[in-house]
Design a protein around this ligand. Sequence first.
Ligand code: SF4
Length: 363
Amino acid sequence: MSKGFIKKVTMEEGALQYDFSRKILKNLRGTPVTERQPGGEKTGPNDSTMGKDILHLLPYKGEFLKPCPGTTDYICCGYQILNLGTNCPLDCTYCILQSYINQPNLRVFVNLDVGLKQVFQQIDKQPDKIFRIGTGEFTDSLAMDPITRLSEHLLPLFSRRRNVALELKTKTTRVEGLLASKYRDRVVLSWSLNSPYIARHEEKMAENLDKRLKAARRCQSEGFILGFHFDPLIHHPGWKDEYLKTLDLMDKYIDPKGVIWISLGSIRFMPGLKPIIRKRHPNSRVLDGEFVTGLDGKMRYFKPIRIDQFGHLRENLEKWHSSLGLYLCMESDDVWESTMGWSPGETAGLSRYLDKRVVEFFG
Ligand code: SF4
């Protein structure tokens, strides 16, 4: 995927006053630019493209840093989301953004410096609290990096702080900006992984697993700490062997001692996503199988299936290395106990476990 996937730039009134907008436009020289009034069209289940080829620059009026929207019904990792934009140029069939975001286009918040100033005030006020922060919740952290050069901007700011870990999560190989930076401290580069079958059929526009892991190896060899996320785990014919193929690739390319954490999450989604998947991705198999409604209103597999998935991954990952910072995403105490052999009990417990990993890796 080259920068050429952006066919047009739209700018909300006033966006051009920000340096960040001017830098982006410079990187997209030759792309048509139009000005648009605030608000604008809505997208929804019927919008088949979601405006994934239009870059929309706008100042953001909300909070840049927010806790991950976990629920009290399940154990959450206590992550904070740095919200720098919404929507993603990739097009995974299972992507929750298809039903979650109600505005089209690849939206980038250009008042970044104002937002980051507030974020760092918050972080610096609490030197004893560890902030695990990610940008990959409402977009892929690196898919647009060649255009926004965000990594260049963020790394020096985070690297110099002692109470943070910034996680950049991706399914791409767009690591040039990161590698060009001299900063490594307090940064976790994470790749989302799945089985080769799911990566091929359900993760449209993403790089294949071999390329993702080769990019991860390159970053590891250049001093970055790595993380991995098996989320969403999806049941499909031959899934056990298929996931083992991914573990083989990890073993081929990655030194497990440099992995800070690996999360496991079984597919879950709000019921409203189902008709959107059927319409936008009629050949997708992610809805095959039976789902039940969880306490948070999300659809998920029956508990025995989830336990089977986590148990299989855990057992085989631990054969690779005994200390990988494995954790489950949005699961209950009893699922933790049955699959991991222990439970953090609650969100605060899982936060402590992951904070401890941050201290072990970064001091
Ligand atoms: S990479 Fe993530 S944000 Fe982008 S389409 Fe896939 S699931 Fe959605």
